[in-house]
Ligand binder design. Structure first.
Ligand SMILES: [Zn+2]
Ligand SMILES: [Zn+2]
Length: 376
């Protein structure tokens, strides 16, 4: 029996739940191969009717903690998950799990079962915002941490004769933890990317306005302000050379700054919206990926009607220019073939590789279905 993937269920939860229910059905044993690999995620996405890199990114967005990484976007980046689609192993994959006892109870009452949620993993907050309870990362019955040391099947078969819906809910009393969890939950649920350049500007402006009334005082204030100024300069400079390698290098730090400098997510979002004009919808970049970690951004957009990849390169006409080395010789770009780096050439040549990742070609019926999913 093919199970219905829940809206915020982790990939690991879906795979484990499917294998638990279908343990004797040979049609589902292929799921055992689905680990933290690109191919595994693509297989599950394809099974749900979501093709190619679009399906991969859709899965990353709704079923892993990746939105925390993708939420801030460099204006030059037109891919949701940069070059993740070209990597064999996924770095942003939920390998440990946690649960909220009250969410599990509610699920059992409404669905008849519960599941592991993407926002409750190791990179997420330690609070369930809905119930203001502490997430349980250890089994309440044997105290082992879920994931590597304790099978997540405990969600369905229990442990030591007890079930997770019987676990005691522990109320959170720390307002700051709740604020932090609410902030991160808003990021996970955001319908738009925020421009990284504009966010840095907003953070610097707010930091200057609020000096004296935040905890970022004295040396710490200066250190944060100086680092933000360096990032701002770097982003402006990157704009001229479109250096893809550094596109998301400061994401984690900027999110931490945003959490510390802004009291709530809506205020940050509103300040950024005032300066940004049109903001990019979160699903608008799902159909493209970066090809290789090259110095100049190269992108592949997939077309499922014709089964072709549309390649675009976004490079400086001054040759290699990474700020450390300067070399005006012409470059042969190793595009689309997954090779990282480039070769010098005596001729002004732009070479497109012949090994793009396969692009699915959908039947007319499947293509129309796909377009209706996109529009929904
Ligand atoms: Zn909950
Ligand atoms: Zn246990």
């Amino acid at each position: 029996m093919r199970l219905r993937l829940q809206p915020d269920e982790t990939i690991t939860s879906y795979v484990a739940r499917s294998l638990f229910i279908n343990k004797h059905d040979s049609n589902f044993q292929w799921l055992k191969q689905v680990r933290s690999t690109r191919a595994g995620v693509v297989d599950v996405a394809t099974e749900h009717g979501w093709p190619g890199v679009y399906g991969f990114n859709r899965f990353l967005h709704y079923h892993t903690p990746y939105p925390l990484m993708a939420f801030l976007k460099n204006d030059r980046d037109v891919s949701y998950s940069t070059w993740q689609y070209t990597e064999p192993w996924l770095y942003y994959y939920e390998c440990d799990s946690a649960f909220c006892a009250l969410c599990v109870k509610e699920d059992v009452e409404t669905l008849g079962f519960s599941y592991w949620r993407r926002g409750f993993g190791p990179r997420g907050p330690s609070i369930c915002v809905k119930h203001n309870t502490l997430l349980r990362k250890h089994c309440p019955f044997c105290q082992k941490p879920f994931g590597r040391y304790h099978s997540i099947d405990a969600m369905w078969k229990g442990c030591s004769g007890k079930y997770l819906y019987e676990a005691e809910a522990i109320r959170n009393e720390d307002a700051e933890l709740l604020r932090e969890a609410t902030f991160y939950q808003s990021i996970m649920n955001s319908k738009f990317h925020l421009s990284m350049e504009v966010v840095v500007k907003c953070l610097l402006d707010k930091l200057e306005q609020d000096v004296g009334c935040s905890d970022l005082l004295g040396e710490r204030f200066l250190a944060v302000r100086d680092r933000l100024r360096v990032i701002s300069k770097k982003l402006l400079w990157d704009r001229t050379v479109s250096n893809a390698y550094y596109f998301d290098m400061n994401n984690k730090y900027l999110l931490e700054c945003a959490l510390n400098i802004y009291s709530d997510f809506d205020q940050l979002s509103s300040d950024v919206a005032k300066l940004s004009g049109a903001m990019r919808p979160i699903d608008s970049l799902w159909q493209a990926y970066q090809s290789g970690k090259t110095y100049s951004a190269q992108f592949v957009e997939e077309d499922y009607q014709y089964g072709v990849a549309i390649y675009s390169v976004n490079f400086s006409n001054t040759g290699r220019d990474d700020g450390i080395f300067r070399d005006r010789r012409n470059i042969v770009f190793q595009c689309c073939n997954g090779l990282r780096g480039y070769k010098y050439s005596p001729l002004l040549t732009l070479t497109v590789g012949d090994a793009t990742l396969p692009v699915p070609k959908l039947s007319r019926e499947d293509y129309l279905r796909f377009m209706s999913i996109r529009a929904a």
